[in-house]
Design a protein around this ligand. Structure first.
Ligand SMILES: [Zn+2]
Length: 310
C-alpha cells in the first residue's frame, strides 16, 4: 500500500517535491491555490493526487489504513473533488447548476464542511479548460477561501491562467529534466545539481510574492541582450527599493534567489547549450557566499557582462 501513497515515488521532480514535502508536514501553510505547471506527462497529476492522499489522511501520513485512505483506495473520497480533464468547465446555472460547474462547486460543496477529513482538495487536472466566466467566478472562492478547502490547478503553461488567479497562487514548477540528463553533465554541474535539485531552491523565509515577481522578471528578460540589461537594472535597484530587509531575507539572499531561478530557466530550456551560463551563475553564487561587503554590485556587473558576450 505504501507505494500508492508515497510522494517520494515521483521521479525527477525534486523541486516540486521540495514544496510538497513542506506542505505535507505543515498543511496549515497550504495556500488556497497551488498551481502545478510544466510539460505534460511528467508527474503533475500523480503528485497532486498523492499530495491529496497525505493531506486528507486522518493522521496526515498517507497511512493507507484510515477511513480517508480507504476511501481513496476505493476511489470515492467525498472530500477529493476532481474536475473533468476533457471538457470545458463552465460557470453553471444559478439555481440548478450541473455537476462539475463552478456554481455547483461553490453552492453544493464549498459551502459545507468536509465529510471525512479536515480538508477538502479540489483538483483541476487541466485548468486551461476553465472558461473565462467560470474563472472569474472561481476567483471569488480564491479571494475568500473557506478555511477547509484547497485548490490545485494543473497547467502546462502559466499564461493559460488569468494574472489575477496566478497572483493568488503558489506556482510549483515541473520540468523535463530527469536524472539521466543531469548525470550526463560535467563535474561542475554536479555541484549545481546538488545545490539546486537537492532542495535548497527556495528557502521558505523568502516572501512568496518576491519569488513570483522574480521568476516572472527572469523568465521574461533572460533571452535577449537588451532585456538582460533591464533585468540587471531591476536586480540592482531592488536593493534600494527594499530598505526593510529582514534578518532572514537580505539582498544577498535575494541575489541567491535570482541566480537560482536563472539557473533553473537556463537548464529548463536546454541544459547543454546553456552550460556556460549555468557555470557562470554557479560561480557567481560561490562568490556571493564569501560575504565580502559591497562586492555584490561588482559581481553582478561581471556576471551580466559575461552574459551579453555569450
Ligand atoms: Zn490515512
Amino acid at each position: 500500500m505504501s507505494n500508492f501513497f508515497s510522494i517520494e515515488e515521483i521521479q525527477g521532480q525534486d523541486t516540486a517535491l521540495q514544496y510538497v514535502r513542506h506542505y505535507v508536514k505543515s498543511p496549515h501553510m497550504i495556500p488556497p491555490l497551488l498551481v502545478f505547471y510544466g510539460p505534460s506527462s511528467v508527474g503533475k497529476w500523480a503528485l497532486a493526487e498523492r499530495f491529496a492522499r497525505h493531506v486528507l489522511c486522518l493522521i496526515g501520513t498517507g497511512c493507507g489504513l484510515c477511513q480517508s485512505c480507504k476511501s481513496f483506495i476505493s476511489n470515492q473520497h467525498p472530500d477529493y473533488i476532481v474536475f473533468p480533464a476533457n471538457q470545458r468547465i463552465a460557470i453553471g446555472d444559478d439555481k440548478d447548476p450541473a455537476e462539475f460547474t463552478v456554481r455547483w462547486l461553490q453552492n453544493r460543496r464549498l459551502n459545507y464542511r468536509p465529510h471525512l477529513s479536515k480538508y477538502r482538495i479540489i483538483l483541476f487536472p487541466d485548468a486551461s479548460l476553465i472558461n473565462n466566466e467560470a474563472e472569474s467566478a472561481l476567483l471569488k472562492s480564491l479571494e475568500e477561501p473557506p478555511a477547509h478547502s484547497r485548490f490545485i490547478f494543473i497547467v502546462d503553461d502559466l499564461t493559460k491562467l488569468k494574472q489575477t488567479i496566478i497572483s493568488r497562487a503558489i506556482c510549483i514548477p515541473f520540468s523535463y529534466l530527469n536524472k539521466q540528463v543531469l548525470q550526463s553533465l560535467s563535474a561542475d554541474l554536479e555541484l549545481f545539481r546538488e545545490d539546486f535539485f537537492g532542495g535548497s531552491l527556495i528557502p521558505y523565509d523568502i516572501p512568496s510574492e518576491v519569488i513570483t515577481l522574480t521568476r516572472d522578471m527572469v523568465s521574461k528578460n533572460l533571452r535577449d541582450s537588451i532585456l538582460l540589461l533591464q533585468l540587471e537594472n531591476w536586480i540592482r535597484e531592488y536593493k534600494d527599493d527594499h530598505p526593510e530587509w529582514t534578518e532572514d531575507f537580505n539582498y544577498t539572499e535575494f541575489l541567491e534567489l535570482v541566480s537560482t531561478i536563472m539557473i533553473y530557466e537556463f537548464s529548463k530550456e536546454n541544459i547543454e547549450d546553456n552550460a556556460a551560463q549555468i557555470e557562470m551563475l554557479y560561480d557567481f553564487k560561490n562568490q556571493l557566499h564569501k560575504n565580502i561587503p559591497g562586492l555584490e554590485h561588482f559581481l553582478l556587473s561581471e556576471l551580466f557582462h559575461k552574459f551579453t558576450r555569450e
